[in-house]
Ligand binder design. Structure first.
Ligand code: GAR
Length: 201
């Protein structure tokens, strides 16, 4: 039995693509059963369509409250009976109710080395601060903003002539590899949480 992944995206979906490509090998141990988004017309959804993966879109503006949107999103996710929910460039916070339905099974990838530079602008914030090393973090989502227990991290150098775009692209190259390697291990070996410490296998 391979692990069932539901991936949530808001944009380009290169992390999603890396996962889909990895899942083509049965030995990887996981497969993407659905891709959800909070907006329409994005490349992430097109990638899912091309791969023949089911998609769903829930836009906040189509619901009377944010709570209704959140519940609809959780209902859609639950319908695919995922073992793991992967936020891959998903630019919305999900609620505590959402997280309670999928306890310790929602992971997010963030383009910075947590606990530094949480939020929407990890690469820009790292560049503005002047750090020489940044990277990406895969973590188990909790109620905070990019504060959950860390599953894996990868470091990336900041170069003198970097702009936000060049830095983010370098981060994303390392991030995709980290995401694919770590999710594969989680799927094949299982994982456990001990306080803030995550152990795979
Ligand atoms: C990734 O770098 C991901 O870490 C970041 O958005 C990018 C999505 O790229 N997520 C966040 O900043 C969330 N706070 P992709 O759409 O090409 O996978």
């Amino acid at each position: 039995m391979t692990s069932r992944l539901v991936v949530l995206v808001s944009g380009t979906g290169t992390n999603l693509q890396a996962l889909v490509d990895a899942c083509a090998d049965p030995a990887y141990g996981a497969h993407v059963v659905a891709v959800g988004a909070d907006r329409d017309g994005i490349e992430g959804l097109a990638r899912a369509d091309r791969a023949g993966i089911a998609t769903f879109v829930k836009q906040v503006k189509d619901f009377t409250t944010r709570e209704h949107w959140d519940r609809a999103m959780a209902d859609s996710v639950a319908g695919f009976e995922p073992d793991l929910i992967v936020l891959a460039g998903f630019m919305k916070l999900v609620s505590d109710d959402f997280l309670a339905r999928f306890e310790h099974r929602v992971v997010n990838t963030h383009p910075a080395l947590s606990p530094s530079f949480p939020g929407m602008n990890g690469p820009a914030d790292a560049l503005a601060y002047g750090v020489k090393v940044t990277g990406a973090t895969l973590f188990v989502v909790d109620g905070g903003v990019d504060t959950g227990p860390i599953v894996a991290q990868v470091a990336v150098p900041v170069l003198d002539d970097d702009r936000v775009e060049t830095l983010h692209e370098r981060i994303k190259t390392a991030e995709r590899t980290m995401l694919v390697e770590t999710l594969g291990r989680m799927a094949r070996e299982g994982w456990e949480l001990d306080g803030r410490r995550v152990r795979i296998g």
